[in-house]
Design a protein around this ligand. Structure first.
Ligand code: UD1
Ligand code: MG
Length: 445
């Protein structure tokens, strides 16, 4: 059986944070989420995360089991505790990764598992990477081609610090051999910690087979220890996400100022202009034009939608809708096909049927509006009576005059009209024309 242990109980001193380090986010997901996703993509189902008390309370959010390490006495101690909690499997394999490496990819885990092999001839496969110096990663000390031991930067001699092959902190062990070694760790080092890395020296001395797996790109194993590295990882992850969508047929005018998250759906021939953020599982159809300066979160857009300088949260937008510049669509708004929302219009929790236009300076909240209705400039649905929100219902083919206030709850029937500056306090029947404050029927023509 192959199981994974993810180490995430460290103190995160350099992060200077109240939030557990691995819950800090890049591109809308916690650091730990990326590691878990890569492990799962490599086919590993049994994953255990070693947690500190703070992280332990929240680990369920990530859909994975936590094993509590009450005191962070080192990576070796973390693995000791994890193994105590896992039933023994004499022919098992244990993959160990750190929870603070969001750029790691499933291929690396697959390569590591393949290098350990299933014939039990190899005790340990570990990932190494060449990196620019100086670096605070542990150094891989080799004798000839054989990995001999790992020395932590803090414990290293000047000569050892000149080694540019680093320990990535990702290992695949034969479980039985790991269990034997882990009990004999000691904390006689600069940090007075039990180092998992000391097992390498122990195995090498016993003549066990240790296979290094070199990661071609050291960024993939970048461990996040402070907020500078966090920003670095974010920009690398964002670059990857942008490239993936560009390869799938999306034009991103400036990837440096387009902010994406995993698990977005973007249709072909959609163009994204600069300073645009797409978040929380947003879905964008084909041939849309998004941005510049747009923010979409949990938004679902059909095809050929235009969104300029606008914000869309938690809302659904039909085909060929145009939004903005400077519009705010939120709170479960539903805009059907061909709706036009112009500048300085806010739409909240409302259903706008096909062809509705609200081109300038309006607030549409808690409203239902029928097909082809035109909402004049400056129209306000007065939905809040001081205690509760009330609904406004407007039929189809209605003409709402500029600066109309609709005092909800109120209904305006199909084909009705309100004059400029009407204050509508009573229901308007279908076909009626009203004006004034309070609005009254106009004489029939
Ligand atoms: C560790 C390695 C180092 C390697 C580097 C790669 C050791 C001794 N050193 O150093 O060789 O180059 O990772 O990033 O292993 N953790 C626990 N419990 C603890 C201590 C740490 O769960 O008691 C977790 C941390 O949350 C972190 C991981 O283990 O996710 C690594 O710990 P960290 O303190 O970051 O080790 P490094 O100094 O980076
Ligand atoms: Mg680290």
């Amino acid at each position: 059986m192959l199981r994974a242990i993810v180490l995430a109980a460290g103190k995160s001193t350099r992060m200077k944070t109240a939030l557990p380090k691995v819950l800090h986010e890049i591109c809308g997901r916690p650091l730990l989420w990326y590691v878990l996703t890569a492990l799962r993509a490599a086919g590993i189902k049994d994953i255990y995360v070693v947690t500190n008390p703070q992280l332990h309370e929240r680990i369920g959010e990530l859909g994975v089991e936590g094993i509590l390490q009450a005191e962070p006495l080192g990576t070796g101690h973390a693995v000791q505790i994890a193994l105590k909690n896992l039933p023994i499997d004499k022919s098992g394999q244990i993959l160990i990764a750190c929870g603070d490496m969001p750029l790691v990819q499933a291929e690396l885990f697959r390569g590591l598992i393949a290098s350990l092999g299933a014939d039990r001839k190899t005790a340990l496969a570990l990932v190494t990477a060449r990196m620019p110096l100086p670096s605070d990663f542990g150094r891989v000390v080799r004798r000839g081609t054989h990995v001999q031991r790992i020395v932590e930067a803090r414990d290293a001699t000047v000569d050892e610090l000149a080694i540019d092959e680093m320990n990535a902190g990702i290992y695949a062990f034969d479980e039985t051999i790991l269990r034997q070694a882990i009990g004999s760790l000691r904390d006689d080092n600069a940090q007075r910690e039990y180092y998992l890395t000391d097992t390498v020296d122990m195995l090498a001395r016993k003549g066990e087979r240790i296979v290094p797996v070199i990661s071609g790109d050291h960024l993939h194993v970048l461990g996040i220890n402070d907020r500078v590295e966090l920003a670095h990882a974010r920009s690398e992850m964002n670059r990857r996400l942008c490239e993936q969508h560009m390869r799938d047929g999306v034009t991103i005018v400036d990837p440096n100022t387009t902010y994406l998250e995993p698990e977005l759906t973007l249709g072909r021939d959609t163009v994204i202009y600069p300073n645009t953020t797409l978040a929380r599982l947003s879905r964008v159809g084909e041939s849309c034009v998004i941005g510049p300066n747009a923010r979409l979160s949990a938004a679902e857009l059909g095809a050929r939608v235009t969104v300029q300088n606008s914000v869309i949260f938690d809302s659904t937008i039909g085909d060929e809708v145009s939004i903005g510049p400077f519009a705010h669509i939120r709170g479960n708004a539903r805009l059907e096909a061909d709706v036009h929302i112009g500048n300085f219009v806010e739409v909240k929790n409302s259903h706008l049927a096909a062809g509705v236009k609200a081109s300038h300076l309006s607030y549409i909240g808690d409203a239902t509006i029928g097909e082809r209705t035109n909402i004049g400039a400056g129209t306000i649905t007065c939905n809040f009576d001081g205690q509760k929100k009330n609904r406004t219902t407007i039929g189809k083919d209605v003409s709402i005059g500029s600066n109309t206030s609709l005092v909800a709850p109120v209904t305006v029937g199909d084909g009705a009209l309100t004059g400029a500056s009407s204050v509508v306090t009573k229901d308007v029947p279908a076909g009626e024309r009203v004006a004034g404050n309070p609005a009254r029927p106009l004489p029939k023509k």
